[in-house]
Design a protein around this ligand. Structure first.
Ligand code: BDR
Ligand code: CA
Length: 337
């Protein structure tokens, strides 16, 4: 399976890249970045750092759009750390430069040269996907499958009371993307994993210890009480160090926001769905995105009762096996060592 990962790496985007790199049947043809969790340039550096640690320096990393279609740039260092990968310093070794033409140089040639073969995994704001759809309206038929992490369906937001981060960051792109898929056959519709399912996938310190042991590393034994005082991870395995340093920051963020000392790893789930490692329950629905309202900007609305009588434009994920996701991730890391 050929796959392009479009990311704003980002702690959970990093885990998504690990899952893709580890999958035996996935051919990661390239990574593009957008601005969301951090800037598109830092996201490129972070993505390249992850790929380097999994032995995939050969995978091209290109920057896509550096800003949303219409709204001002927003990033979230409080969620993902000052440079986007929590406490990990691994990206400091990466110098770039990165091409800034990810859509023209990677997406469009790949989709046109390999029609029906390439999965697009999008785990940041939908800016690059919207730009690609403008450049190539046949994209829904050229891609094998589109899998998106974004939105919150019949579920509260994590950025405003009703909006999820990726949809809030670039609501115009999100609205444009869903409109572009309107009325297509069900198997052409993007698969969308929103907070209603991604918040069920939680990685805990105990999972991290098991992951480390499975990869032949020393378990980091992070605890809420000691975590802020510990230095860089020293597990003996560089990839596990990166995962630990990144997750330690994410654990603290979630603890500070009342979720407990754990991490909801949204983008990892989307990657696993794209890879076929997690089998989602899905419902074809019409999805709309609020663009203008100050109160509800980025809110994703799925018309579950077909009150608007509009054709479906997305396959909304309504349930997943969350533990299967966590266990699959441990296996992914072990496979890479
Ligand atoms: C999404 O926003 C980002 O913080 C994560 O990387 C994920 O893609 C969750 O709302
Ligand atoms: Ca992301």
């Amino acid at each position: 399976m050929r796959i392009i990962a479009d990311v704003d790496t980002g702690i959970d985007d990093a885990l998504a890249l690990v899952a893709v790199a580890a999958h035996v049947d996935a051919e990661l043809v390239g990574v593009t970045t957008t601005t969301g969790n951090t800037t598109s340039h830092l996201a490129a550096r972070n993505s390249a750092a992850v790929l380097s640690l999994v032995g995939r320096d050969d995978v091209p990393v290109l920057v896509g759009s550096s800003k949303p279609l219409e709204v001002p740039v927003a990033t979230t260092p409080e969620t993902h750390g000052e440079f986007g990968l929590g406490y990990s310093t691994a990206p400091e070794a990466i110098t770039g430069p990165f091409s800034e033409h990810g859509i023209e140089e990677l997406w469009l040639p790949e989709l046109r040269e390999h029609p029906g073969q390439t999965t697009l995994l999008v785990t940041g704001p939908l800016t690059n996907l919207a730009i690609a759809l403008r450049a190539e309206p046949e994209l829904p038929r050229l891609a094998r499958r589109v899998v998106i992490m974004g939105g919150a369906f019949n579920y509260p937001g994590n950025t405003t009371p009703s909006a999820e981060w990726n949809a809030w960051c670039d609501p115009h792109a999100a609205a444009e993307v869903y409109a572009a898929f309107s009325g297509l056959e069900a198997d052409r519709l993007p698969i969308v994993a929103g907070l209603n399912v991604t918040e069920t996938v939680e990685l805990t310190p105990a999972d991290l210890d098991e992951l480390a042991i499975g990869a032949g590393a020393r378990p980091p034994h992070l605890t809420a009480r000691s975590a802020r005082d510990v230095g860089p991870a020293d597990t003996g395995v560089p990839l596990v160090n990166l995962v630990t340093d990144a997750l330690r920051f994410y654990f603290e963020f979630h603890a500070d926001h009342g979720y407990g000392y754990l991490a909801q790893v949204h983008d990892l789930l989307a990657a696993q769905i794209a890879l076929g490692e997690v089998d989602p329950t899905m419902s074809p629905q019409w999805v709309g995105v609020e663009k203008e309202s100050a109160l509800t900007r980025g809110t994703t609305v799925a018309d579950f009762r077909q009150l608007l009588h509009r054709p479906a434009n997305a396959r909304v994920v309504t349930a997943v096996d969350a533990r299967a996701s966590v266990e699959a991730f441990k296996a992914s890391v072990a496979r890479l060592i």
